[in-house]
Design a protein around this ligand. Structure first.
Ligand SMILES: [Zn+2]
Length: 71
């Protein structure tokens, strides 16, 4: 089952708060809000354990600007 990652970001251009989900891993996933494109770019290891480092890309529903975030 795919993991759904909740994201809350603000648009670089208009400041609109975009809320949505990104899919991580294979399998079925139910999107919520604005769909994010999720691209894993590596892993970071900290005291809290392993974490996926990724880029999330979404299109602002207000101004159509494509935003990219490192999560
Ligand atoms: Zn915007």
């Amino acid at each position: 089952m795919a993991e759904s990652i909740k994201l809350k970001v603000s648009c670089h251009a208009c400041g609109y708060v975009i809320e949505g989900t990104a899919k991580y891993g294979p399998g079925h996933y139910v999107p919520e809000g604005v769909p994010f494109e999720f691209i894993a770019i590596g892993k970071t290891v900290s005291e809290k354990g392993r974490r996926v480092k990724a880029e999330a890309i979404c299109v602002c529903p207000k101004c159509q600007v494509r935003n990219k975030y490192i999560i």
